[in-house]
Design a protein around this ligand. Structure first.
Ligand code: GDP
Length: 362
């Protein structure tokens, strides 16, 4: 599975967000994967399309696709130098596929700010500096190794050394590498280093209930994100935690009262999903309507492999109906009648929302 690490200074609302995310997951009907470690939660991806499909197919159960969130607490200034178990936290971040960086954008005298004052730009800088310094260390070590290997005319080592030398000054200024503008080939060359500041990153601006508009703190976060090409998701984690605790019916009522169509958490989850370049296809049978996660660009056999490796090996054809067609034609039979049902081969690139039935040999 794919996972997203939640980072940020202490007391900015990380645990509140994490708890809301995981609590929201537990009450999903027929949810089969509930193993939740203390700091790791498996969260269903909310997808209204799946409910639409279920209305048509009327399956016994609905199984959403999921993403993992990991609460990585304890990142403080000096972490890259080992302050406050810093290295351990940095190692945890290295294992994640994407980063959700929570930034405090709310005033509350009862909640102590570790740096003494609410200042989103400075807070972001503290975290990004630690991540960049951790990358600096990684790059310096790799440079020593590759410099040795490059003497032996090793082509890969020479290429690696060139890229590392190019990015070193940027990291020396403690700037995140995502703002460097590396070319695709260069990114590939250094991929195995799992550099932290190259991970897809979103800023979660934790605002007050009334802080979604005309909020200078939020503007600061947005400006920084824009300069790096990162995404911002404004959310009120405290409110989300309250919403997550409600029963289904109460929840709907509460959301209506607040003028919200859905919990704001859904935006965080979806942003994480798209940050990772993921998309969804569906299988829709009478037993279950199920969503499956694939990377954008995955072929039909690769997508079949998500269900079972045998499906990929023995792939013959995919029976495909686009989501919109499936809904407009009220199901597979209707789609067939309307000429919207397709047989696709092994080179077919699966599209977001495709409803698929795989044919395979065992
Ligand atoms: P963490 O250290 O980053 O995990 O922060 P916590 O989630 O433990 O939150 C720290 C404190 O801030 C707690 O007392 C929360 O109730 C409070 N808090 C979190 N989000 C909000 C918010 O949106 N508004 C306000 N006023 N307080 C919040």
């Amino acid at each position: 599975g794919f996972n997203c690490g939640i980072v940020g200074l202490p007391n900015v609302g990380k645990s509140t967000l994490f708890n809301a995310l995981t609590q929201a997951g537990i009450d999903a009907a027929n949810f089969p994967f509930c193993t939740i470690e203390p700091n790791t939660g498996i969260v269903p991806i909310p997808d209204p399309r799946q409910d639409k499909l279920a209305e048509i197919v009327k399956p016994e159960r609905i199984i959403p696709t999921t993403m993992e969130f990991v609460d990585i607490a304890g990142l403080v200034a000096g972490a890259s130098k080992g302050e406050g178990l810093g290295n351990q936290f940095l190692a945890n971040i290295r294992e994640t596929d994407a980063i959700a960086h929570v930034v405090r954008c709310f005033d509350d005298d009862n909640v102590v700010h570790v740096e003494g004052k609410i200042n989103p730009a400075a807070d972001i800088d503290v975290i990004n500096t630690e991540l960049a310094l951790a990358d600096l260390e990684t790059v310096e070590k790799a440079l020593l190794r590759s410099a040795k290997a490059a003497k032996g005319q090793d082509k890969d080592a020479i290429a690696l050394k060139a890229v590392l030398e190019k990015i070193l000054p940027h990291l020396n200024e403690a700037k995140p590498l995502r703002s460097f503008g590396l070319e695709k080939d260069d990114l590939k060359t250094i991929r195995s280093l799992s550099l932290l500041t190259l991970k897809p990153t979103m800023y979660i601006a934790n605002v007050d209930e009334g802080g979604f508009e005309n909020n200078p703190y939020l503007d600061q976060v947005q400006a920084i994100a824009d300069s790096e090409g990162a995404v911002v998701v404004p959310i009120c984690n405290k409110l989300e935690a309250e919403i997550a605790e409600l029963e289904d019916e109460e929840k709907l009522e509460f959301l209506q009262e607040m003028g919200m169509e859905e919990p704001g958490l859904n935006r965080v989850i979806r942003a994480g999903y798209s940050l990772l370049g993921l998309q969804t296809y569906f299988t829709a049978g009478v037993k279950e309507v199920r969503a499956w996660t694939i990377p954008v660009g995955a072929t039909a056999p690769q997508s079949a492999g998500k269900i079972h490796t045998d499906f990929e090996k023995g792939f013959i054809r995919a029976e495909v109906v686009a989501y919109d067609d499936f809904v407009a034609c009220k199901g597979e039979q209707g789609a067939k009648d309307a000429g919207k049902w397709r047989l696709e081969g092994k080179d077919y690139v699966v599209q977001d929302g495709d409803v698929i039935h795989f044919r395979f040999n065992v």
